[in-house]
Design a protein. Sequence first.
Length: 181
Amino acid sequence: MIRSLGILAVVCYVPFAFADVESGPKAGEKGSELKVFSVSGTIENKEVDYAKERGDAPTVYMFVNAEKFGRPMNQFMKTLDKKLPGIDEKAMGVAIWLSGDTDKAKEFLPKVQTSVKYENTALTVFPGEVAGPKGWAINPDAHLTVVVVVAGKVVKSFAYDTVNDTDVKNVEEALKKALKK
């Protein structure tokens, strides 16, 4: 009897232990204001509203939990960065650092850019809480939230509690599918 209860407890617990993280706006929503400090990319060393700046152009927003940034996440971002021009000539990535320490992030990101050399991805800092900008529904438990936006509307949001370069395929497919419509 005790053994049966133990197995039941494990079976009941497992689905919650491996639950997906939900983060990001729902498909069909309009991209909200996104005021950030841009460290690298087409706009450097100044504040910008990237949602307004990008307008209808296809954009992949990557909300990075700064505490969780590491080699696998960087590989995801670099792989996506290389694929964007092949999907659409106007496609661009915008990585938004969510750290709660703006000055530290502003100091760190130029080092990342010098090392990695992103060509199609702007590195930016959100000057607020780790929960990110209002209207983007970022879950601070997600290591990375990726939001694909085409024509100013959210196509799909992806939330990762672990990520690597093999996850780029899903983002790439969502962007391609949206651009065919």
